[in-house]
Unconditional design. Structure first.
Ligand SMILES: Cc1cc2nc3c(=O)[nH]c(=O)nc-3n(C[C@H](O)[C@H](O)[C@H](O)COP(=O)(O)OP(=O)(O)OC[C@H]3O[C@@H](n4cnc5c(N)ncnc54)[C@H](O)[C@@H]3O)c2cc1C
Length: 463
């Protein structure tokens, strides 16, 4: 058993952990970073990047199939070579992972510990029974893993998660997706566009991150034009038969339908990686999921010299939030017992579906009834969107009745990833709807649709 003394021990070399380690070193402390799995981060290996690579291939196939209305005809059959699709996804993904791994390798070897860490007490960790790390402070940055509800066990090894999709060498013929959240929608639509027979089932009516029921209903109907999606499905039987999974469900007319699929993809949510961390050996108070109670501003767990950042705390499981939180946790660990609140950026979320889904600022569900107005625009007749035949979408922007300030927006529509940034920057600046309308809008651009929604809100705000 080797013993290592350090100021800060970071558990997990993902986006949050690497940011925490670098912040602690930048603050002049000794630090070590402990990683049990492969280096390369969830985002680059099995998250943001490979999913966007798969979506890019799907978009290419989709565009090719939809040229005719422009008078441009692609004669002959469109051929999707699943092996080539997956080869590009994996090789480009490996390139991104390579950059991250090289960054990790630049960390002095003495600071890198391989193995799974377990708490012995608040600041003592044991790594794979081989190394004891005695730290003055600890940052938990262990990320999250997909939840697998018990009934899915019936599918045996035909039950897969996102990680498995990106390991495929070829595309399967059919996949049933459980969970129309961000991951299920992105992967489900991409696979469908690549010629895979896809069904997407949800249980609670939710769709992506949307909370505005009007936008949610619009989005559900739009996606259903392309693939079967039931956010409120009644699945009555799930079983494994040979190499396939068999799912029986009631379709929208209430008829019982039984279908066979090559795989069942579980995208029903993710849970913080806290199991096996030995948190019961610490003095930390834990919630019902076993996650330490922590201050969302400072990321500190109680009064202990322990901090939690990134997907492990499950506040906002997004890449840029993991990076911000990791840095803040590393800084606070270094300066402990002096800790300061993290300056959070404006909330922003994007789903890379088509049409895209985006949310900025406060969620509709969190706004107080009667205190705000809703400005609306449909992208169906929006000039530039129609020009490009990308005219599917509906946007709601919310304005505060008392101050005229822009409160937030939820929508689905073209170029949402770009418009979301304009709105997030406006939100962070605390702009009013009037101030936003005083900004330039070029012609003809999709952003003119945003202007229509803002004008609608402004008219409703006017006394
Ligand atoms: C399919 C998919 C698509 C996504 N797309 C997007 C997107 O488009 N945009 C976006 O912003 N976000 C996206 N995300 C979310 C984003 O990837 C995560 O929010 C982010 O990667 C979280 O980083 P992290 O550092 O908290 O965790 P991770 O990067 O998962 O790092 C945690 C690390 O801790 C290690 N670990 C765990 N337990 C231990 C232990 N006991 N000892 C040692 N090491 C341990 C793990 O092996 C892992 O390497 C996506 C996620 C998925 C799954």
């Amino acid at each position: 058993m080797t013993t290592i003394q350090t100021d800060v021990a970071v558990i997990g070399a993902g986006t949050a952990g690497l940011a925490a380690y670098r912040a602690a070193i930048a603050a002049g402390k000794r630090a070590v970073i402990i990683e049990g799995g492969p280096y390369g981060t969830t985002c680059a290996r099995v998250g943001c990047m490979p999913s966007k690579l798969l979506i890019a291939a799907a978009e290419a196939a989709h565009e090719l199939r939809h040229t005719a209305p422009f008078g441009v005809h692609v004669d002959g059959q469109i051929r999707i070579d699943g092996r080539e699709v997956m080869a590009r996804v994996r090789s480009e993904r490996d390139r991104f992972v390579g950059f991250v791994v090289r960054g990790v390798e630049n960390i002095p070897e003495a600071d890198r510990i391989r193995g799974y860490a377990r708490f012995i007490d608040n600041t003592t960790l044991e790594v794979d029974g081989q190394t004891t790390v005695r730290a003055s402070r600890v940052v938990i940055a262990t990320g999250s893993t997909p939840t697998l509800p018990a009934p899915f066990k019936a599918f045996g090894d035909r039950l897969i998660v996102n990680d498995d999709v990106f390991a495929w060498e070829d595309l399967p013929a059919s996949v049933v997706v459980f969970g129309p959240g961000v991951i299920g929608l992105e992967l489900g639509q991409a696979l469908s566009r690549l010629g895979v027979r896809v069904r997407v089932f949800g249980v609670s009516g939710s769709l992506g991150p949307l909370t505005d029921p009007v936008i949610r209903a619009y989005a559900a109907s739009t996606f259903n034009d392309e693939f079967y999606l039931d956010p409120n499905a009644r699945v009555t039987e799930m079983e494994r038969d040979g190499d396939q999974v068999v799912v029986t469900y009631l379709d929208r007319e209430g008829r019982s339908v039984t279908e066979r699929f090559d795989y069942a993809l579980a995208a029903t949510g993710r849970e913080p990686n806290v199991r096996g961390l030995g948190l019961e050996n610490t003095g930390l108070a834990l919630d019902e999921r076993g996650v330490p109670l922590f201050d969302a501003q400072t990321l500190q767990c109680g009064n202990a010299p322990v901090f939690i950042a990134g997907d492990a705390n499950n506040i906002l499981p997004l890449l840029h939030e993991a990076a911000d939180e990791g840095k803040a946790a590393g800084e606070n660990a270094a300066s402990y017992p002096q800790v300061k609140p993290l300056a959070r950026r404006a909330p922003i979320g994007v789903v890379f579906s088509d049409p895209q889904i985006a949310m900025v600022g406060q969620r509709f569900a969190d706004l107080v009834d009667g205190s705000f107005v809703t400005g609306e625009v449909s992208f169906e007749d929006q000039g530039r969107s129609r020009v490009m035949l990308k005219n599917r979408g509906l946007m709601h922007v919310y304005g505060d009745k008392a101050t005229g300030r822009f409160l937030g927006a939820e929508w689905t529509g073209p170029r949402a990833e770009n418009i979301a940034h304009l709105l997030a920057w406006s939100y962070q600046q605390g702009l009013t709807i009037g101030q936003m309308l005083a900004m330039p809008f070029y012609h003809p651009v999709v952003e003119e649709g945003l202007r229509t929604a803002l004008r609608d809100a402004a008219a409703k705000l006017a006394p």
